[in-house]
Design a protein around this ligand. Structure first.
Ligand code: ADP
Length: 480
């Protein structure tokens, strides 16, 4: 099998062999782990920081997306701080013996604990919803029990900002509900205030709570904004780092793939000459001294000759495989009818001998952005296989195609022996054969070549088959 232009001046890159089996580039994790160890050590020294860090991280392990982690952490941060603030109110409620107010604050404290618990159990969506609903309901109750002079309803402003801090802007449904709920509650507050006058705290207490409220609101807002900015920046940096790691790994993979192909190419190329020599000398031996050899010696020579021939074919096929995508000229429009007709012409003798036909179901398209030599090899391998793996009296091979927005899908159907479904993935691997050499000749590289060419054009290849009835190979070619 000949493929493109042969490069006969192939040289071995001295660094190549070393690179080919070098272990993949280690991403610089050493620095990161040192940084982490330092952090862990610092946290070990300070148990409060360590507990605080663990609480902040609740639920973040279950989330893979870095930006989502940021929202969960901010939700934890707000819940922890709301909890701390509610403790101040709880103490005051006990000191002043205001039990209705105490109950509403206790409910707020429990809500914060629930939020952290839910995140701890990875119920991150439910926890954020709980916080959003809980905080609104309890701000309302708190404001009603304390009394109008404390202006507890101003906490609704924070309640409106919170959804923007704990949800991604794309989660528009949650953000909208997070705005609508406090707005509705502000109206509700205006209407129900008179019914709670009897339970209100004293004037002095309300004024004190008004001042405490302002301090808490300022601290909570500043803290939440700081967390938001800090984690946004961190998520951005993390994303940059993982993008860099990914591109490093991709480059490394590309390099090692191309090195391996280069390796296979060089080995095959260098093997060709000695194998050809063996083949030629075996031929000479048979031609010049064949008559003098006894039958057993002739048989042995025949085996060696066919072995050398097979090796030549294998080498040619491996070289063909390695050459896919190299030394290609600019793609030009290719009339696939011409390609299939050429193959039909080349197979004329075989088709006549086997009473076989190769039909084109519907005139094939002229496609651009491909190379006729590569398209030739795909169709040639599939059509030849359809003819080869066929035990019928009249092998029939049909080429058809369909058109979609981004892809052409081509199909090559035969009425041959069929392929079991279990080989749907492995059949395209190099050297994979389902039959031995004596049954059907071949190298087991044809379908691997088809797959590599199809993937070169960003397509896919697969087959459908029924044992004894035939096989249809389908492959797609991307249009641009
Ligand atoms: P080769 O034809 O050189 O053996 P291929 O890579 O073309 O190698 O095919 C791999 C194996 O897949 C073949 O050995 C054969 O067992 C099976 N095969 C391929 N095409 C067909 C087909 N149309 N019908 C039945 N079996 C097939």
């Amino acid at each position: 099998m000949f493929y493109g232009t042969r490069d006969t001046t192939c040289t071995l890159n001295p660094e190549f062999m070393a690179n080919a089996y070098e272990t993949p580039v280690e991403i610089d994790l050493a620095d990161k782990s040192a940084e982490y160890t330092e952090k862990v050590k610092a946290n070990e020294l300070n148990p409060i920081v360590s507990v605080y860090e663990s609480l902040l991280s609740l639920g973040t392990n279950s989330i893979l997306e870095k930006t989502q982690k940021k929202y969960i952490r901010i939700c934890n941060f707000i819940a922890i701080n709301t909890f701390a603030a509610s403790l101040v109110y709880l103490i005051l409620a006990i000191l002043w013996e205001k039990w209705y107010w105490f109950n509403s604050i206790l409910a707020l404290t429990i809500t914060c604990v629930c939020v952290l618990f839910l995140n701890g159990f990875n119920k991150t969506s439910m926890s954020r919803l709980t916080y959003m609903l809980g905080i609104n309901a309890l701000v309302l109750l708190n404001a009603l029990f304390i009394g109008p002079e404390a202006k507890g309803e101003s906490f609704f402003i924070i309640a409106i900002i919170i959804p923007f801090l704990i949800y991604d802007i794309k989660e528009i449904g949650f953000i909208a509900s997070g705005i609508i709920i406090p707005l509705v509650f502000i109206f509700a507050y205006a209407f129900v205030t008179p019914f709670f006058t009897a339970y209100n705290l004293g004037h002095e207490q309300q004024i004190l709570l008004y001042r405490i409220g302002i301090v808490i609101q300022v601290l909570l807002s500043l803290g939440a904004v700081y967390q938001f900015v800090y984690y946004s920046k961190k998520a951005e940096n993390d994303l940059d780092t993982s993008n860099q790691q990914m591109s490093l790994q991709t480059n490394e993979l590309k390099r090692s793939n191309s090195d391996l192909e280069q390796f296979a190419y060089i080995i095959s190329h260098d093997l060709k000459a000695p194998v050809r020599n063996i083949s030629s000398f075996m031929n000479l031996l048979v031609n010049k001294h064949g008559a003098g050899l006894n039958p057993e010696a002739r048989e042995f020579v025949e085996y060696s000759r066919s072995g050398a021939k097979r090796m030549e074919r294998l080498i040619d096929d491996v070289l063909a495989y390695c050459r896919i995508g190299t030394n290609l000229s600019k793609p030009t429009p290719v009339n696939l009818n011409d390609v299939v007709n050429t193959i039909r012409f080349e197979l004329h003798d075989k088709l006549t001998a086997a009473h076989g036909t190769v039909a084109i179901n519907k005139e094939l398209p002229v496609i651009s952005n491909v190379h006729s030599s590569l398209m030739y090899h795909v169709f040639q391998n599939l059509i030849t296989n359809g003819l080869k793996f066929n035990k019928t009296d009249a092998p029939e091979i049909t080429v058809s195609w369909t058109n979609s927005l981004n892809y052409y899908t081509f199909s090559v159907r035969d009425n041959g022996i069929g392929i079991s479904k279990e080989y749907s993935a492995t059949i395209f691997q190099m050297f994979k054969r389902l039959h031995n050499e004596s049954e059907y000749d071949g190298t087991g590289i044809g379908l691997a070549i088809c797959k590599k060419i199809v993937e070169y054009y960003h397509g896919e290849i697969w087959f459908e088959s029924e044992a004894g009835k035939g096989t249809t190979f389908h492959f797609t070619i991307r249009k641009f």
